[in-house]
Design a protein around this ligand. Structure first.
Ligand code: ADP
Length: 505
């Protein structure tokens, strides 16, 4: 089929008038017409030109039509042959068809008979060409698919991150070499023989992978990442996602495992350094603060007393040392949370009572800004949780202080708590300045403070929310923030009742 051009047609006939007549008709049908008066000449043309259709007279002097037909068929080029026969030679026509001719036209023929026969031949040819093209395309697609599959597999195999894949029943179907290495999995074991529980010690993580595999997590933006420790020395971040099919059906789960041991080690060195430095700074700074206080007191009564320039400079210095002492205090708290010095003094506590106490304590600050601070607790006391009361006070003290700080004079702050499933839910809601959506993730970072015209003159360390998040995380809890600029902010904290909660301080 490669050596034929559907536009090229050859007429082999010893009668000049029939050859010419055929040329006229076929040229009008947009063919490029070749003519030959004998079989040998015709075969020569076929040899040189990619002829697609041959009109072949059966009865010719010298090499007859049947001989020529045999030679053309032997070429196996997919050439279509229409034989032209006299009335007396129906048997010849039949024989020619048996030998591979496509059709025959009896002689003498009308122009229309020729047109119809050639048109059909052309259609057959086009159909054959299209079928061949589709076959080749299909073959190519299958080959591509095969190469693509093995290429993807090679890439997964050589990834530096650990990758594990499960099917929709949660059975492990693929583990790459990095995953075998990272998680210390026996190399001799085939993925199909490995149970999730053998790979991950955390039942919570196994359940999560199973749930994702079975399609219970189609929206995968909120699937939590897990940190795991292997053999007491290596730390990994494990992220799981569903593998979705073309019709949005879940095909299984893919688990990505990243080695974070170095990051953890650096983080620990950093935290230890910060803890050490802040610790060293705390006593001299407190001394300076006290000494400034004493100098200010002794200046009173002299003409360098209140209102004098000396006094102004001293009070500014005192303010700055006070702010530094606050930062140091917060940094030390944070270091202790990060060092896992949790559960220092856990005991059964009533969150509703703690909220009322913190509310009473901070009410004076709200009143000073003409704000209304309400704390609403359920009529029936909430179930107790086991935690360090100081840590829980710190969480809500920070959130309520922030609500007071970042709300205008005369604003409203509402604290509510209730039971939500197995959690105690506390909401601290204000109608203050709000937080722009683009800062939402950043506010939990250390030292991050939103700077704008309204917040610029408010004192703070930028460590309150990291402390809150650290404590909530250590209690296996969850914190969420919703906010709208100039409308207000609402922080929601969920603390599980069953799991033992902790705290520091
Ligand atoms: P600090 O209050 O010491 O600056 P935080 O870590 O407690 O530090 O808070 C970080 C930032 O988040 C604040 O500087 C403030 O811009 C923003 N923020 C926190 N709580 C609120 C709130 N209730 N309303 C508006 N902004 C808030």
């Amino acid at each position: 089929m490669e050596n034929i051009d559907p536009k090229k047609i050859l007429v082999i006939d010893d009668e000049p008038s029939l050859r010419e007549g055929a040329r006229r008709i076929l040229s009008k049908m947009n063919f490029e017409v070749f003519l030959a008066s004998k079989g040998e000449d015709g075969l020569e043309v076929i040899d040189k030109e990619p002829i697609a259709i041959v009109l072949l007279d059966m009865k010719m002097p010298g090499m007859d039509g049947m001989e020529v037909l045999k030679c053309i068929m032997a070429l196996e080029r997919g050439i279509i042959v229409i034989v032209i026969t006299g009335y007396a030679t129906v048997e010849t026509a039949i024989e020619a068809m048996q030998r591979g001719a496509y059709n025959f036209i009896p002689k003498p023929y009308q122009p229309d008979q020729l047109r119809i026969a050639v048109s059909r031949a052309r259609e057959k040819l086009e159909f054959a060409i299209e079928t061949k093209r589709l076959q080749e395309e299909r073959k190519r697609t299958l080959e591509d698919l095969h190469t693509e599959k093995s290429r993807t597999l090679t890439i997964i195999e050589s990834l530096p991150n650990g990758v594990m894949v499960t099917n929709s029943e949660g059975r492990v179907v693929l583990i790459n070499p990095a995953c075998y290495r990272y998680l210390d999995i026996d190399q001799k074991k085939e993925p199909g023989d490995i149970k999730l529980e053998y790979i991950f010690k955390s039942q919570e993580l196994c359940d999560l992978i199973l749930d994702i595999s079975k399609g219970r997590y189609i929206d995968y933006t909120d699937i939590p990442a897990h940190e795991i420790e292997v053999n007491n020395k290596k730390f990994f971040m494990v992220r799981c996602r569903p593998v979705m099919g073309e019709r949005r059906e879940c095909l299984g789960a893919v688990v990505n495992i990243v080695d974070i041991s170095t990051m953890k080690a650096i983080d620990q060195v950093k935290s230890e350094f910060v803890a050490k430095v802040t610790h060293e700074l705390r006593s001299p700074l407190s001394t300076i603060h006290e000494q400034l206080n004493m100098v200010m007191m002794s200046n009173m009564g002299e003409n360098r007393g209140e209102g004098s320039e000396d006094q102004y400079i001293l009070s500014r210095a005192k303010e700055k040392t006070k702010a530094l002492i606050a930062t140091i205090g917060d940094l030390l708290d944070l270091s202790r949370i990060e060092a896992g010095m949790a559960a220092k003094d856990p005991k059964p506590i009533q969150i509703d009572e703690i909220l009322k106490n913190v509310g009473d304590f901070l009410n004076a600050r709200a009143v000073a800004k003409n704000q209304t601070l309400t704390v609403t607790t359920p009529e029936n006391p909430l179930p107790p949780i086991t935690a360090d009361p100081m840590a829980v006070e710190s969480v809500f003290g920070n959130l309520i202080s922030n609500a007071i700080n970042y709300t205008q004079e005369g604003g409203q702050i509402d604290v509510t708590c209730d039971l939500a499933g197995n959690n105690i839910r506390v909401k601290v809601k204000d109608n203050g300045f709000g937080i722009d959506a683009k800062y939402m993730d950043k506010i939990f970072e250390r030292f991050y403070r939103v700077k704008n015209d309204k917040t610029r003159f408010i004192n703070g360390t930028g460590l309150g929310l990291p402390i809150v998040k650290g404590i909530v995380d250590s209690m296996n809890g969850y914190i969420n923030v919703e906010s709208e600029v100039n409308r207000g902010t609402s922080f929601t904290v969920l603390i599980p009742i069953k799991k033992t909660s902790i705290g520091i301080m």
